[in-house]
Every structure is written in C-alpha cells, then in structure tokens.
Design a protein around this ligand. Structure first.
Ligand SMILES: Cc1cc2nc3c(=O)[nH]c(=O)nc-3n(C[C@H](O)[C@H](O)[C@H](O)COP(=O)(O)OP(=O)(O)OC[C@H]3O[C@@H](n4cnc5c(N)ncnc54)[C@H](O)[C@@H]3O)c2cc1C
Length: 389
C-alpha cells in the first residue's frame, strides 16, 4: 500500500522540492532562527503538498493517509529537523480536526487557505502550567453575545511568530476536564492576541517557537470546530496523525545520520585502518539501521490501520508506540553516531551534531515518552486503577 507508482511519484516530487527549495537555504534559516513560512508554504501549496489527505472540496488531494506518510518520510531529507516539523504542524497537527469536524464555512475560511499555502497555521494546546497534562490547561473561552471571549496563554507554539491562525484548545465550561474543552480557530491578528516572545531552544533553530497571550480576545462562536465540549476528544484524535507523521518524518533523517556516519568513518583513519573497519562500529551501525527499519514497518502498519479505521483504539496504541519508539531511537542513533565522529561530532558544523540537538525534542514534544507509555499501558490493561477507590 505504501509502494505504488503513485507513492513513488509523490516521493519524487517532494524529494525534488526539498533538494531545490529547502536544503540550499537550511543553513541560512538555521542561523536566522526562523524560516520564511509564508514564502515556503505558498510554494508547497502550489504543488498541492499541504493537503495530501485533505478533502478535495477545500483544495486537498483527497488521498488516503499512506500518501501523507510518504510525504512525511521524504521531508526527512531536509538537512535539519525544524523545517519538517513546521510543515508537519501545518499539514498534520493544526488541521486534522478542522478538516474532519469543521463546518464548511470554517473550512472555506481557514482550511482552504492553509492547504493553498496562503495562511500559516499553528496548534495551541500546551500552556506554561500544562503540557503533558492536557486536561489541566487553564485558558478559557467564555460565551458573550455571539462571541467567545478568550483569556489565557499558550506556550511552545511552533510557527507561532508567523502563523495567521491558531487552533486553540480552551475550557468553554466548568466541569469534567475531558468534557469542558473546545477547539476554536483564532485569527492571530485579532485584538488581544500577543506574540510575547520567540523562545530560544537547543535545537530546531529554523522553526520559530512562541509564547502567546490572549487577553479578552473576541472571536465569533462560529469559529468553534465541531461540537462544544468535544475539544479534548478531538485533540486526542488529532494527536494520532501528529504522532504517526512525526515518526515517519524521523525515518529518513535517521537513515541519513547512519549513512553520513558510514561515509565519515570509512574515510577517517585511525591506527592504520578506517574507523568503519572496527567491528564495534560497523556492527553498531547495522544494529541501528535494523531498528530504523523496524520502526518503518511499525509506522506503515499503523498508518495502514488508520486508513481503514481512524477511530480504532488499536491505532491509538500503535501510534503511541510509533511516537515512543522514534523518540527513543532518535536519541540512540544520534548519540551513537555522534560518538563515532569524535571531536568533529562535538562541533557545531557537523551534520550529526545538528540532528543530535534537533531530534532530542522527539522524546518530549507532542507527548513525552512517559505519556506514550501511559497510553500504551492503559490500552494493554496494565495501568493500575485508582487506589482506594
Ligand atoms: C520545540 C517545541 C515545539 C513545540 N510545539 C508545540 C506546539 O506547536 N503546540 C503545542 O501545543 N505544544 C507544543 N510543544 C509542547 C510540547 O508538546 C510539550 O513540551 C510536551 O507535551 C511536554 O509538556 P511540558 O513541556 O509541559 O512538560 P511537563 O508536562 O512539565 O513534563 C516534564 C517531563 O515530565 C515527565 N512526565 C510527564 N508526565 C509524566 C508521567 N505521567 N509519568 C512520568 N513522567 C512524566 C516527562 O519526562 C516530561 O518530559 C512544543 C514543545 C517544544 C519544546
């Protein structure tokens, strides 16, 4: 299902785009600590690449999710983690719920321009006081006349310095934290939205990350996505695409780290032989490549099931496993490979050190490893119940 001629054609288009329109500029954008999102997304939108699995009625290609995975995998060709992440936010993190549950009017106003590359999107879940514990978020959207009035703040928002709108998760009532939340599209030029600061990070430099404040921000109630009170559930569904997409994006990047390390250690001589000739090194690289292939198989299996039944609990379990495994493996591959580059690995200019910094995020963002383990345990039936209940 992942290797048809259509998949190969899509992969070739993405690969050409990355080689011509992204990789020549990565060093410049990394140094600037931001990339020109509107310019780049417009070019991607012109090729239809921002709406691969989105409905055709709103400019998407209407293809099944295996094509989105092929796209994500080819984005791994980019010579950094930040740009693929920013693109992934646009295509598979900020827009899945809007595409599936938004009214036609809302989809025309916000989804269609995001697919065309005319608007940059962001997703606002995390807050200064609530990241892993999504249910504990504090931002509120209170009804007033025909509007919602939003107050609170969001933290770590990818594309946040440049986005035109944010898909915001906020509390729209009191009561159960799983049933009092809603997803609302908030245009970033609305009065009371303040992009407070661009956060400095150890990696993912070309991707801008913002803290955003909402101070009596008024948006019409028709900007609600789906049902009021169903936001937590929709966000959990939206996370499944984020997690599969994120895992797929890591695959080729990790392939490249292993390949670059093979080339470097083959050239580099010590004690009269190539470093690569040491069994400890070529065995280790073989082991890591095997792990990457195992993750690739898991990602394909998960995306295949998701294509057949997006609401299956099995998808939730497998997508969490993909996310957990890519986080663990990204750390293992980049750390092991950096070691074989010696002092060069520790320098800023080596490609392996950029991946080491960028991919460290994989075990934290979009649900930390421990949160994934919690979900997997729950679905394996091994999570202890509430004690004393
Ligand atoms: C560069 C970057 C980009 C991001 N982009 C976005 C974005 O666009 N939109 C958005 O909404 N969010 C975004 N995030 C936020 C990200 O999803 C959160 O950082 C993540 O969910 C973890 O939340 P936290 O940082 O509040 O960590 P905390 O919740 O404070 O957790 C800290 C650590 O505690 C451990 N931990 C947490 N829960 C448990 C548990 N139950 N059991 C055991 N250990 C546990 C984990 O090791 C975790 O890393 C981004 C973050 C970064 C760094």
């Amino acid at each position: 299902m992942f290797n048809t001629q259509e998949h190969a054609d899509l992969r070739n288009t993405v690969a050409r785009f990355v080689d011509q329109e992204i990789n020549p500029f990565v060093d410049e954008w990394e140094a600037a600590k931001i990339f020109p999102a509107h310019e780049l997304f417009k070019k991607l939108g012109n090729l239809g690449l921002l709406g691969i699995s989105k409905p055709e009625a709103f400019g998407g290609m209407g293809l099944d999710y295996s094509f989105a995975i092929a796209f994500a995998e080819e984005l791994g060709r980019v010579h950094c983690g930040g740009i693929p992440m920013a693109i992934g936010v646009q295509t598979d993190m900020a827009t899945p719920a809007l595409a599936r549950f938004g009214s036609d009017e809302l989809r025309r106003e916000f989804l269609a321009p995001a697919i065309a590359g005319d608007m940059v999107a962001s997703i606002g879940v995390s807050e200064p006081g609530a990241g892993s514990d999504v249910a504990g978020l504090k931002t509120t959207a209170r009804k007033d006349g025909g509007d919602y009035v939003i107050n609170g703040s969001k933290m770590w928002i990818t594309n946040g310095m440049q986005s035109d709108w944010i898909c915001l998760l906020a509390n729209t009532s009191e009561g159960s934290p799983h049933k009092n939340k809603s997803l609302i599209i908030v245009p970033m030029n609305t009065r009371g939205v303040q992009r407070a600061r661009k956060i400095e990070k150890i990696g993912m430099w070309s991707s801008d990350t913002a803290q955003i404040f909402f101070d009596d921000v008024r948006v019409p109630q028709r900007y609600l996505v789906g049902q009021e009170g169903a936001g937590f559930t929709m966000q959990m569904q939206q996370f499944q695409e984020e997690r599969m997409f994120g895992a797929a994006m890591g695959l080729k990047g990790l392939d490249n780290v292993v390949q670059a390390t093979i080339e470097y250690t083959r050239e580099r001589k010590a004690f009269g032989a190539s470093l690569l000739d040491n069994q400890v090194i070529h065995f280790r690289l073989a082991e890591l490549q095997t792990e990457i292939e195992a993750l690739r198989a898991l990602v394909y299996r998960t995306a295949g099931l998701y294509t057949d039944n997006p609401d299956s609990p099995e998808v939730v379990k497998l997508a969490s496993m993909c996310k957990l495994k890519v986080g663990r493996l990204a750390r293992e591959v980049t750390d092991s490979c950096l070691q074989y580059w010696g002092g060069m690995g520790y320098s800023w200019e080596s490609p392996v050190s950029r991946y080491f910094r960028d991919y460290r995020l994989t075990s934290i963002g979009g649900g930390a490893d421990e949160v994934m383990l919690g979900i997997i345990c729950k679905l394996m039936g091994t999570l202890p119940g509430k004690r004393g209940a």
